[in-house]
Design a protein around this ligand. Structure first.
Ligand code: SF4
Length: 634
């Protein structure tokens, strides 16, 4: 019996309604460890090149890891992967909550869905027993309603449910998969792939808690958490104010995207801050399974123009950024209502808010008018207009819903000339609320990340620039980063930082670890403790070197998938907007990325990664990572 994991993967053929249980070798688990690294093995081997992501040939994978469900903070996360309907390259999205740990307790480390069910179904996995059930009575229902029906139907209020919402059913391209009605595998359109398979929900419940190899070591690490929290200002802020604790900081350093990424400071940042949320609408803090940080928000608004039901949690920083400062909106109640609509209907709030901000900028410049908006004054700062358009998007109705439900890159193609300059997309994914004009290593990572612009695929620049606190630098030294470069540099040392921390974060995404708990700088536990935890749970004598190789393996398998789909250096490019000077106020006013510095950094990054000048992994790199088999599937 292995420590930490079940040793079983469930294969579900939705076309035939049949199941198979695979028991991979221990070596397979040690080499890939879980999450999207494990998923890529199946996706590379089985998904034919060039398929429509919404065809039955696409695979949809759910993977936990060898440490999911262990009794320690930051391990309850799950990855969903498939070919993405957004980028047409690899799709990848992660979510936390209680669903991931319960999934593991139900008896499997991963589930792979193939084919397409002839009618809507949901899958239940209860104590290792899988079954498909008719889901026609759930169709068209919002997430909270489906939760209630399924808990009643299965006569168990403690089942955990991951589901698609009505948005995926009507074909919103950036639909996600929602668990607890307030945690989302949001990005890259994984909900739409699930809808294309006629799979409405996955329900899990189980008693099979993972065996721990060294319980005493894990308990010691766990007990250190509450002592470390108050000593670590970043963690303390995250716990007390949630992810919105960074609104004020990002605004101060000029990286709070404002009015569709045209400015780096929002004059009303305080009105949408974590502090303001705590003072006004916060009802309580929430958490993920076994996590002491409790960074999740639960808000309630019962009076006034806009309302928020605590069942749907509360907005994260990214949601506040995209529906708030991106749209020039300073009303936390309106933003909270937008957050709730995204969770009820099941859409990615980053893509959704950013797409509305893009449409607002098109309206402000007269590229679209009242005819296209159906009479809505879609101006920055107009909260009513934002919510009206959001309601159109999630139902794919009205004048703008069907257009914007495709995301901003496809909307720009429909509207034509002049709109492209307002895009903030990479590989058709809208940039999150951290500005690469100031956080320049993020410029590189936004460009090269295999599933589009993403803020959780590497560490951010302020943690590796001159003047960084010893606490952060001491941890970065553990992965051989010793010499913080100057503010806003994108020189060689910053490229090394981008690549090394990208590999570290990729390892975290293979092990399904929360990046607020484990990381190379400010988090609760650093690299050493991350390795200590994995050793304690699995009994494997892992080194940081071995773990970094897992992360690098994942990046290279994803890259191989994209190469096979025809992606090249031309897809590792940034939108024009990032090369134009920012307007407005603050330390980033007038700041822009330079084409030459970006291309020089990109060249160096490819070389560091062992890729060709076109961004393609070499045979030597596959050998280095022990994945030469990938070449057979290119
Ligand atoms: S830090 Fe927050 S998001 Fe991460 S596991 Fe804990 S409660 Fe969940």
């Amino acid at each position: 019996m292995p420590y930490g994991y079940n040793g079983k993967i469930l294969h579900v053929d939705l076309t035939t309604g049949t199941f198979e249980v695979e028991e991979p070798s221990d070596n397979f688990y040690r080499k890939y460890m879980g999450g999207s690294a494990m998923a890529m093995v199946y996706i590379l081997r089985e998904v034919p090149a060039g398929i429509d992501p919404l065809s039955p040939e696409n695979l949809l994978t759910f993977f936990t890891s060898v440490v999911t469900g262990a009794p320690i903070s930051g391990q309850s996360r799950i990855n969903v992967n498939a070919k993405s309907p957004m980028s047409l390259g690899i799709g990848d999205s992660q979510a936390g909550g209680f669903f991931p740990a319960e999934f593991k307790f139900a008896g499997y480390d991963g589930i792979i869905f193939r084919g397409k069910s002839p009618k809507p179904v949901y899958l239940s996995v209860i104590d290792g027993v899988a079954a498909l059930h008719d889901a026609s009575h759930l169709m068209g229902k919002i997430t909270g309603e489906v939760d209630a029906i399924l808990k009643n139907e299965m006569a168990d209020p403690k089942i955990e449910i991951a589901q698609i919402g009505p948005a995926a059913e009507v074909g919103v391209r950036f639909s996600g998969i929602v668990n607890m009605s307030n945690r989302l595998n949001g990005r890259t359109g994984m909900g739409l792939v699930m809808a294309s398979k006629n799979l409405k929900a996955v329900v899990v419940r189980g008693k099979k808690k993972p065996e721990i190899a060294d319980p005493a070591a894990l308990i010691a690490l766990n007990r250190s958490g509450p002592k470390l929290m108050p000593e670590n200002a970043d963690m303390d802020g995250l716990g007390k104010l949630g992810t919105a604790s960074v609104v004020i900081f990002n605004n101060a350093i000029g990286t709070l995207p404002t009015r569709n990424y045209s400015e780096g400071q929002f004059e009303d940042a305080e009105m949408i801050s974590g502090e303001k949320m705590a003072e006004t609408i916060l009802k309580k803090r929430d958490t993920c399974y076994a996590c002491i940080v409790r960074c999740k928000r639960v808000v309630e608004i019962t009076k006034g123009k806009y309302t928020a039901d605590p069942y749907y949690g509360g907005a994260e920083y990214e949601t506040i950024g995209t529906f708030g400062s991106y749209c020039g909106i300073n009303d936390l109640a309106a933003i909270s209502q937008a957050h709730q609509i995204c969770d009820m209907y099941g859409v990615d709030s980053i893509t959704c808010g950013a797409t509305i901000a893009f449409a607002m900028e098109c309206f402000e410049h007269g590229i679209i008018g009242l005819t296209e908006t159906g009479g809505i004054e879609l101006r920055f700062g107009n909260a009513d207009a934002m919510l009206a358009i959001l309601n159109q998007i999630v139902t794919k109705s009205g004048a703008l819903g069907p257009v914007l439900a495709e995301g901003s890159a496809r909307a720009a193609k429909m509207w034509g000339t002049g709109t492209e300059e307002f895009l903030i997309t990479v590989k058709n994914e809208e940039a999150p609320a951290h500005m690469p004009q100031a956080k320049r290593s993020l410029a590189l990572i936004y460009a090269v990340n295999n599933f589009g612009a993403d803020h959780q695929s590497s560490e951010h620049d302020p943690y590796y620039e001159e003047g960084v606190a010893d606490f952060n630098l001491d941890r970065l030294r553990e992965i051989d980063l010793h010499e913080p470069p100057a503010f806003q540099s994108l020189g060689a040392e910053k490229v090394r930082f981008a690549a090394y921390t990208q590999i570290f974060y990729s390892m975290l995404d293979s092990l399904e670890l929360c990046q607020f708990v484990y990381g190379p700088t400010w988090t609760l536990y650093g690299p050493k403790e991350t390795a200590d935890m994995i050793r304690a749970v699995t009994g494997w004598k892992v080194s940081i070197f071995e773990l970094m190789k897992v992360g690098e393996r994942r990046i290279n398998m994803m890259r191989a998938f994209n190469v096979r789909e025809g992606f090249t250096r031309k897809d590792d490019q940034l939108p024009q907007k990032f090369f134009k000077p920012l307007v407005g106020t603050g330390p980033t006013a007038g700041v822009a990325l330079g084409h030459e510095e970006f291309n020089t950094a990109l060249d160096l990054y490819y070389q560091l990664m062992g890729w060709t000048p076109d961004g393609v992994p070499t045979t030597a790199k596959y050998v280095d990572l022990g994945i030469e088999w990938v070449k057979d599937y290119l």
